[in-house]
Design a protein around this ligand. Structure first.
Ligand code: PLP
Length: 387
């Protein structure tokens, strides 16, 4: 009997500890974790630096109100701005809060320059921006919005349908908001040329570009933020998942143009940016934003992709496509992935599904080559059993 509401279809397995890329179940089994709490445990489990940070900060100070200065938050905001396009940061506690705040920043900017009717946000149909009322309607998925009434203000176009995208921009459009790499939607990468065209289009129409990097950001793609490779500069970027390494942190990065709308009282969060969260965020940031660390992510990624593509050639009747970038990897199967994921789990490899028959592989960013080899061996075995 569980007293938790049934909004999740949970697997009958629980864990009592983790170390690096491994999780240990309460029934004494060792699993290779290649989903990292959905791109959250960016440094694996029980990373010694993060353990030390949280232990030390917890003895000093956990929480104070945003009514006061919070030096740990100032420090992390400065690092994020120095590392990215951003001039200002607002801290939140989750991805959905960050995307909602991103929408608020966009709308408030137009309000502050005397264009209060520019409120509509244009998004990709069946994308994923979170589970709050506004963000489910931003995602535009029937499954997520069914039975939850209506929140207006969002328009949609299909991934890759540039004609509809252009047509849907009206005088009331405030911003285009897309995931740089669609996560839940099936690990679909927006190509660099496309990001560049999006930027041009936004400039031409005088609207804002919001890139949701909640899943693909924080070094997951091999760059600190996934759009960096395209050289495009967005106006607003929500981040979350990987930045806390398992501690709930969200943030909205923004340039100074749009930040003018965010005057005192326009937005807030009780927990957002508290000293405990910020101490952890600083520790994660210092590790994952280092050039050497990023080069290592790229190296692991290159190896993983080349081996997965070999498996695709070996099992064309099972694997349709290998998608993604960095350590945000999708194995698209020819048919439904449920059985495949179950078999991987039976072989002690944890992965998670995404749309379009995709098996998502999201290892910790510091995953070792021998762990990648173990994952490949299990994937090979499962393919051969299902062939
Ligand atoms: C996970 C995710 C969110 C929502 O994050 P939560 O922390 O679950 O609220 C938003 N956008 C993208 C792209 C995500 O992958």
């Amino acid at each position: 009997m569980s007293y938790l509401a049934k909004n999740y279809n949970r697997k009958k397995i629980s864990f009592n500890s983790g170390k690096g890329s491994y999780l240990f179940s309460t029934d004494g089994k060792k699993y290779l974790d290649m989903l990292s709490g959905i791109a959250v445990n960016s440094l694996g489990h029980a990373h010694p630096k993060l353990v030390k940070t949280i232990r030390e900060q917890s003895k000093k100070l956990w929480h104070v109100s945003n009514a006061f200065q919070i030096p740990e938050g100032e420090k992390l905001a400065k690092k994020l701005c120095q590392k990215t396009f951003a001039d200002y940061v607002i801290f939140q506690n989750s991805g959905a809060e960050a995307t909602e705040a991103a929408i608020k920043v966009a709308r408030r900017y137009f309000y502050s320059i005397g264009k209060p009717n520019k409120t509509r946000i244009l998004c990709i149909k069946n994308s994923f921006h979170g589970r709050t009322l506004a963000t489910i309607f931003a995602s535009g998925s029937k499954k997520m919005t069914e039975g939850f009434g209506y929140v207006g203000g969002f328009d949609h176009f299909n991934f890759g349908d540039h004609e509809t995208l252009k047509k849907k921009i009206t005088k009331n459009t405030a911003a285009i908001m897309v995931e740089t790499i669609m996560g839940e939607g099936g690990i679909k990468v927006i190509p660099d040329w496309c990001l560049k065209e999006l930027r041009k289009l936004c400039d031409k129409k005088k609207i804002l570009l919001i890139l949701d990097e909640v899943q693909c950001g924080i070094s997951r793609s091999g760059d600190f933020l996934a759009f960096e490779k395209s050289k495009v500069k967005p106006d607003i970027v929500p981040i979350a998942k990987g930045i806390g390494g398992g501690f709930p942190i969200g943030a909205v990065l923004m340039n100074k143009k749009v930040a003018i709308g965010m005057t005192p009282g326009t937005h807030g969060s009780t927990f957002g940016g508290n000293p405990l969260a910020m101490a952890v965020g600083n520790a994660v940031m210092d590790i994952v934003s280092a050039k050497k660390f990023l080069n290592n992510v790229k190296k692991s990624s290159k190896y993983f992709f080349s081996k997965l593509n070999k498996l695709k050639e070996k099992y064309p009747s099972i694997i349709k496509e290998i998608r993604g970038r960095g350590l945000l990897i999708g194995i698209q199967l020819q048919t439904d992935q449920t059985k495949f994921i179950k078999k991987l789990m039976d072989n002690k490899l944890l992965t998670i599904r995404a749309a379009e028959n995709v098996v998502r592989i999201l290892p910790p960013l510091n995953v070792k080559i021998k762990e990648i080899n173990l994952a490949l061996k299990i994937i090979d075995k499962v393919c051969s059993e299902l062939k």
